[in-house]
Ligand binder design. Structure first.
Ligand code: 3PG
Length: 241
């Protein structure tokens, strides 16, 4: 008997159609779904941060956590993103992940900096090989049913839906719920407070990601009060009726 959060074996293994050895079962168990569920369900919104100043990270992280958003994604798009992850990891109550993880080198450096989860806009075979060797969970991005199915075959059931608004938004994601019922998503890309609730109402959405809670001008001005207010509003978002 597995514990409640344990990943289920694919039906063809349970049914004895293929042996564990034939399937390379290890590679199918590469996503820690229980841990990702724990992280993704902490708040309705994961702030997506493009940050290059570790000195800002402490104030920013404290404001977001105080506002009710403890899960933070730092994108690897700036020269000092790793230092920002390091700084944010020291904020009490924060769960810090790395976003825009494009390859194995970036994955290893993010883990070394203290990332507790990893996010990628899409996948590549080499990135998945690196993720298979890492104990830190990867939330990989998909934009089509085929990409989602390919990842599902490898044991990935928690996925980023990206870039959400550009690829059909709520209607597209809603259409995946019935044919792919085991998969749950964090849509990101073009989502703001006006659109988040419609995504959060979908049965296959756990949380949404977005940069709106940490506007560049507020970060530049160290306006932590404004960011805490935005975070509080985001933390109170729920499914649209
Ligand atoms: C990104 O990777 O940039 C995220 O999806 C955030 O997108 P947003 O800036 O549109 O919220």
């Amino acid at each position: 008997m597995g514990y409640e959060g344990a990943p289920r074996r694919p039906f063809f293994v349970r049914a004895g159609l293929l042996s564990v050895t034939e399937l390379d079962y290890q590679s199918l168990m590469s996503q820690d779904i229980a841990l990702l569920d724990h992280i993704m369900s902490r708040a309705p919104v994961i702030p997506v941060l493009i940050l290059d100043d570790p000195d800002k990270a402490l104030g920013l992280g404290r404001a977001l956590v105080a506002g009710g958003l403890p899960v933070l994604e730092v994108t690897l798009r700036t020269p000092r993103a790793y230092d920002c992850i390091r700084a944010l990891a020291s904020v009490e109550g924060a769960i810090v992940g790395a976003g825009t993880v494009l390859d194995g080198l970036a994955l290893a450096a993010a883990v070394e900096a203290g990332a507790q989860f990893l996010v990628s806009p899409g996948t590549s075979p080499k990135l998945l090989e690196a993720a298979d060797r890492s104990s830190i969970p990867l939330l990989p991005g998909i934009a089509t049913a085929s990409e989602a199915m390919a990842l599902s075959e490898r044991g990935y059931e928690r996925l980023k839906f990206f870039p959400a608004e550009a690829i059909g938004g709520v209607d597209h994601l809603k259409s995946l719920a019935s044919p792919l019922p085991r998969l749950k998503f964090c849509p990101t890309g073009g989502i703001g407070p006006d659109k988040a609730s419609r995504y959060l109402a979908l049965p296959n959405v756990v949380c949404v990601g977005g940069s709106w809670v940490a506007p560049g001008d507020a970060v530049a001005a160290s306006d932590w009060g404004r960011i805490e207010k935005l975070a509080r509003e985001a933390a109170n978002l729920g499914p649209a009726c």
